[in-house]
Each structure stands twice: as C-alpha cells, then as structure tokens.
Design a binder for this molecule. Structure first.
Ligand code: NDP
Length: 295
C-alpha cells in the first residue's frame, strides 16, 4: 500500500493563510483585529516553546496578541486577577492559560474563571456541555485539528468506525464527541479497556492520545486505516533526545492508508486551530474598531 504521510505543517500553514485573508477582510470592514491573550506561569521549557509558537502563529494570521508571564511562585489571587482583567478587556477575544500550572495553583478554578465566550481552549464546562449536546461553539484545539485533517483526508466520515485511544478532557473525550457528531460509530479505549488491541484493529479511523511512546504497533492497526497520532513523547534513543508519538510509525507505515508523523502532524494543526477559535470568538463578539473623531 502506498503510504500517505499527512503533512500537518503544510495543512496548518494553509489554514493560517486562509485565516489571515479573513482577518484582513474583517478589519477592512471596520471590525477590530482579533486579539489573543496567552498567560504563562513559571519557567517550564516545553510550555515556553508552546507559547512562543502560538504567538508567532497568531502574528502570521494578523491577530493582535498579548503575553502575560507570571513567576512560578505567583499566588492564585494574582492569576485570578489577570484572567478577570482579560475577561473584561474589549481588545481581547480569546484567552488561553498555558497548562500545566504549578501544583499550588488550581487549573479547575482558572478554567471556570475564563469567560466561555473567550475560552479558546474550549475547556470551560459550558463549552464542554455545548459540544456534548451538539451545539459546539468553542471546542478543544487538538481534536479540532484532528477533525480538520480527517475532513481533508477522508471527506465524509459518516458510518466510519472511529476508535479513540485515551479519554482525557483535552483530547480523548472531545475527540469522541466530535467524531460522533460527524456520524462516526465511536469506540473509546482507555487503560481499563479489555482487549484494546482487537478493538483498535477494527478501526477505519484510529486516534491515539495516550502518552505512551510507540504503544500502538501494527498489531493494533487495520490495513487501510487512517491513523492520527496525537502523542508527543520525549525519549532517549542512541544517546540522543528524540520526540516520538504514541504510534510505532515505522511498524505501522506499511499497512495504514494515511498517518500523521510526530513531530509535524497534529501539533501544528493544534496551534492553527487555536487561531481558528480566536477568529470564531471575535466574529461572535463582533467588536468594531473605535471611531476616531475628526477635529
Ligand atoms: P492523559 O495522560 O491525560 O490521558 C491519557 C489517556 O490514555 C488516559 O485516558 C488513559 O486511560 C489512556 N491510557 C494510558 N495508557 C493506556 C494504555 N496502555 N492503553 C489504553 N489507554 C491508555 O494525556 P492527554 O490526553 O493529555 O495527552 C495524550 C498524549 O497527547 C500525550 O503524549 C500528550 O503529550 C499529547 N498531546 C499532544 C497535543 C498536540 O498538540 N499534539 C496536545 C495535547 C496532548 P485512563 O483514563 O484509564 O487513565
């Protein structure tokens, strides 16, 4: 079978270019430039890289962006005050607090504090509920990126059997909801599932969001399946640090129809979808540029 390695970087670039055009058109019509605020707490190097990439992509799309960097020892009150201020700012359409937070800060409290209209991560219970009831508005960026890829690679998803490995609130569960909404028959596999391998082997679409390096090999994959590898795992190989997914790419490549690589697959699409959500939020808010009075 000829292998189709899905180029997430290229797809993401295209999506960002399309959004940049849309931003230009909207600002020409008098709407304010969409604004994204990112809050980073502490010095975690991976989080710092994610934030830098998000801001860089926001700028490419023509968004206005604001980064607030707080010390790792900041108080819950200080973080709450920043989020409350961003909730009220007219120039900000989307707010993202980079997770994980240091252990003394409550992620749940912050997720609940961000106003649902600006919740571009799609983690607020109101947005989770809207997704679950088929009224999706702002949905988590990683599964949204997966869905964008599937729309392009598979087209109509109706009747396909999709298996999602993992049931986290940020990837597995929203992914399952979105696939169900797209008329797939959905199976969710987790650490307590009995015979996960044979369930995965039945999938037309297999989404791996586990966090275990190269767990899924060819025994898990049906010939001709489309495989989306969400996992990002840093491992040591031949004395070098390397990023791998949750799928054993080399072992699976020969039998699947298409597969996302790690890196360069779902990661860039996740960031592009953050920009997409900010644009959705901006359109919903519809804030116009301030009118400058002639003297
Ligand atoms: P979590 O740790 O929150 O969830 C992992 C899930 O995998 C859990 O539901 C767990 O089951 C399940 N699981 C663990 N081991 C097994 C197993 N042996 N068989 C079946 N299921 C198993 O991870 P996340 O969802 O946050 O992230 C998953 C991966 O995706 C990570 O590598 C993460 O770095 C990556 N990621 C990538 C993103 C991107 O932009 N590309 C964005 C977000 C995450 P149980 O619930 O029973 O414990």
């Amino acid at each position: 079978m000829s292998l189709n390695v899905i180029d997430g970087r290229q797809l993401a670039e295209r999506l960002v270019e399309e959004m940049a055009e849309e931003v230009k058109t909207r600002t020409a019509l008098g709407y304010q430039r969409p604004g994204l605020a990112v809050v980073l707490v502490g010095e975690d190097p991976a989080s710092a890289i994610y934030v830098r990439n998000k801001i860089r992509t926001a700028e490419k799309a023509g968004l206005h962006s604001v980064v607030t960097h707080l010390d790792a020892s900041c108080s819950q009150q200080a973080l709450d005050d920043i989020v409350t201020d961003l909730n009220e700012r007219d120039d900000i359409d989307g707010i993202l607090v980079q997770l994980p937070l240091p252990a003394h800060l409550s992620e749940e409290r912050i997720i609940n504090l961000i106003t649902p209209e600006k919740d571009v991560d799609g983690f607020h219970p109101m947005n989770v509920g809207q997704l679950a009831t088929g009224q999706a508005y702002l949905v988590p960026c990683t599964p949204l990126g997966c869905l964008e890829i599937l729309k392009r690679e598979v087209g109509d998803l109706s009747g396909k059997h999709a298996v999602v490995v993992g049931r986290s609130n940020i990837v597995g569960k929203p992914m399952a909801s979105m696939l169900l909404q797209a008329n797939c028959t959905v199976t969710v596999v987790h650490s307590k599932t009995v015979d996960a391998v044979s369930l995965c082997k039945q999938a037309d679409i297999l989404v791996a969001a586990v966090g275990v390096p190269e767990l899924l090999d060819s025994a898990w994959v049906k010939p001709g399946a489309v495989v989306l590898d969400v996992g990002i795992n840093a491992i040591e190989k031949d004395g070098k640090r390397k990023l791998v997914g949750d799928v054993n790419f080399a072992d699976v490549a020969d039998i699947c129809k298409a597969i996302t690589p790690v890196p360069g697959g779902i990661g860039p699409m996740t960031i592009a979808c953050l920009i997409k959500n900010t644009l959705v939020a901006a359109k919903q808010r519809g804030v116009k540029q301030p009118v400058v009075k002639a003297r």
